[in-house]
Design a protein around this ligand. Structure first.
Ligand SMILES: NC(=O)c1ccc[n+]([C@@H]2O[C@H](COP(=O)([O-])OP(=O)(O)OC[C@H]3O[C@@H](n4cnc5c(N)ncnc54)[C@H](O)[C@@H]3O)[C@@H](O)[C@H]2O)c1
Length: 372
């Protein structure tokens, strides 16, 4: 099947590496025949890299609608700023093309709901490239926890703080504006985590959060912005099955960063990417957990995302990282943002069904102001 990329920025290389791994392992894979970026220099440079790694130079476009018209594509991966996800997805579906969307599914829940409805209306597949639940490590971990390797989950703790030195995350200013990115790092990074939390321990019922914008100005030395997306959030939540969670993210940490996830259950602790430590003192390394729970899953999460897309198109197989699961993850983030906005705990279902939307309204207002 023929594949196109829309957007050749920061994350596109990781996707190319994923395709390269499938090629190297002799697995069925898409033919990357077209790439598009508004910036021709980026698209051209990326096409050269594609040829180096996959052996064939894709066509280069600067207008994705032209690419959809001329490219005879089966599927595209959309690698764009969050405010563009819903319109580009609809254009792809209308052109008869299946979509792999980057996380977060959409800039905010109402657009996410629209994307799911559009995929259905046009009868097209939409998967999410969500590396936190794909690849052998993550699939094995989720299965192991769900099958009770650490007993029933009592508590998930997730601490992620980075220092930007008041510069732009990944060199991109748009990530700090809620009218372009949906929120600050709590959406851009946080949605990875909420997707992972719900994958290992089921739906989250209720969320309470504080959020803040500590750094009032950011700059890359050439431009200065006043961010409207939060740089810090501290959240607690409760799963439907009674487990608790404590989740923190910040891009305003100075001097030292921290990062780590602990999943505590009635029989032990799981350290994602590392091991399971059981109450009898035994340590089960990830290699053994993969062997037991996901021996046939490809290692690289981005490679896995293309296996999922392929199988969803050809075999109608339900992807692990589906649009619906992407919406759920996005709605947990927006439940935290809503809670911090109105100062009350929020039921995630009220975000999923659109009943609560004070924070989302502020995102849409800023989106409109950018369009003027
Ligand atoms: N680990 C991950 O899964 C991961 C990591 C980083 C980014 N992402 C996601 O990938 C997406 C892209 O992020 P990024 O970091 O690559 O952003 P980026 O800003 O580096 O790249 C976006 C690219 O899209 C191009 N572009 C913008 N509008 C366009 C249009 N209308 N037509 C064609 N090209 C256009 C830009 O010129 C830019 O090159 C986001 O959804 C982001 O959250 C995922």
């Amino acid at each position: 099947m023929k594949l196109g990329f829309i957007g050749c920025g920061v994350i596109s290389t990781a996707h190319l590496e994923g395709l390269q791994q499938l090629k190297n392992e002799g697995k069925k894979m898409f033919d990357l025949t077209a790439v598009c970026d508004l910036r021709q220099d980026r698209a051209e440079a990326f096409a050269v890299e594609v040829e180096k790694r996959l052996g064939k130079r894709p066509e280069v476009y600067t207008d994705y609608r032209r690419m959809l018209e001329e490219g005879r594509l089966d599927a595209v991966s959309v690698l764009l700023d969050h405010d563009l996800h819903h319109t580009v997805a609809e254009d792809c579906f209308a052109a008869g093309v299946h979509v792999q969307m980057q996380k977060p599914l959409a800039i905010s829940p109402s657009f996410g709901r629209k994307m799911l409805a559009d995929a259905k209306k046009y009868g097209k597949v939409m998967t999410i490239s969500e590396p936190s639940v794909l690849g052998a490590d993550n699939v094995a971990m989720a299965r192991a926890v769900r099958e009770g390797i650490i007993g029933s989950v009592y508590l998930i703790m997730d601490y992620a703080t980075v220092t930007l030195g008041r510069k732009y995350f990944a060199g991109t200013a748009w990530r700090h504006m809620k009218g372009r990115a949906g929120a600050g790092w709590i959406n851009d990074h946080g949605v990875h985590r909420t997707h992972f939390f719900t994958e290992v321990n089921g739906p989250i019922k209720e969320v309470f959060s504080y959020k803040e914008i500590f750094e009032k100005e950011l700059s890359d030395g050439e431009t200065i912005i006043r961010p409207s997306g939060e740089d810090t959030s501290v959240t607690v939540f409760r799963f439907e099955n009674g487990g608790l969670g404590h989740w923190m993210c910040s891009t305003a940490a100075h001097g030292e960063r921290t990062g780590g996830v602990w999943i505590y259950g009635s029989k032990g602790c799981f350290r994602p990417g590392k091991h399971a430590a059981l109450e009898d003192g035994s340590i089960i390394p990830m290699s053994e957990i993969i062997e037991r729970f996901a021996p046939d899953t490809v290692q690289n999460p981005f490679a896995h995302s293309y296996v999922e897309l392929w199988e969803a198109i050809t075999d109608h197989k339900e992807p692990i990282s589906s649009g619906e699961r992407g919406l759920e993850a996005l709605c947990v983030v927006f439940a935290a943002l809503e809670s911090a906005t109105i100062g009350q705990p929020i039921n995630v279902q009220d975000i999923i069904n659109g009943k609560m939307h004070a924070y989302e309204d502020s995102v849409i207002e800023e989106m409109k102001s950018f369009k003027k």
